[in-house]
Design a protein around this ligand. Sequence first.
Ligand SMILES: Nc1nc2c(ncn2[C@@H]2O[C@H](COP(=O)(O)OP(=O)(O)OP(=O)(O)O)[C@@H](O)[C@H]2O)c(=O)[nH]1
Ligand SMILES: [Mg+2]
Length: 286
Amino acid sequence: MSQIQWYPGHIAKTERELKPLLKWIDVVVEVLDARLPEASCNPRLRRAYSHMPVLVLLNKSDLADSNHTKAWKVHFEKTLAAQNPDSVIKSHLFDAKTAQHKAQVIKLLKLLAEPKMAQVVAKGLKRRPVRVLVVGMPNVGKSTVINCFIGQKKAKTGHKAGVTRQPQWVRIHPDIELLDTPGVIPPRLDSEEMGELLACVASVGEAAYDEEQVASFLIGRIEEIYPGHLHTHYHLDADTPLSIEAIALARRFILKGEQPDTIRTSRIILSDFRQGRWGRLSLETV
Ligand SMILES: Nc1nc2c(ncn2[C@@H]2O[C@H](COP(=O)(O)OP(=O)(O)OP(=O)(O)O)[C@@H](O)[C@H]2O)c(=O)[nH]1
Ligand SMILES: [Mg+2]
């Protein structure tokens, strides 16, 4: 996308910021948007934690197509394990708003950390809680995931000694502690399509993209994966080509002179999709 500026320096900076935190962590929780799991991860940054157990959370699964999300879950476990043989990777669907699947996720976190915990015990040290860091791109739901885990028990366990920028830990379960700040990973804007996909789910700031361009991309993508779906949703005739103008006319978003109000319609298109008003849809298929 021509309007979006991309500075590769952001990746290096994030890597520098993540590295010192990782030495305190047993499991990295990578939060992705289940509607676009490929575009919402950053393979270049995975390098920073490629040696560690990773739990990929396909968050906002309540908004995504469940068949595609299940296929992505299998895909991630297979391909990531092949790419990072030193790391153990599991993935799970998640809905941070309702905490659905929370119990299974807690179980997976403990399972992923078990080899490390066994080492601790083998050294004669006392078994300690598993330490987890949540990372992900803007707006994928990191804070909601953290809040969902913290629940009512927002009791901080206090500082650990020995770090310059002391991380704060929150006990989210008798056996699990979470670093209370998420690692924000810069959006992956390495192609026009990536930029447009991330703009569809508001992972890049509004100022960085053109709403009409992104809305047009979005309806095209939905038509490709779910032909006819938007015709039904907006009550368009089956033979009317899908366009912002056609939706504007159908919704009676008309300016003076009978011109379709494409700006207002583009905003509605983006918010209808983002709020899940078109139903559960995915923008990427395996
Ligand atoms: N439907 C649905 N919405 C979610 C889910 N998780 C988060 N959200 C919503 O997504 C939006 C972004 O969530 P945040 O938790 O603020 O995302 P974040 O990754 O912390 O965002 P930044 O701090 O801006 O990087 C909010 O409006 C949340 O309510 C989910 O599982 N399902
Ligand atoms: Mg946040």
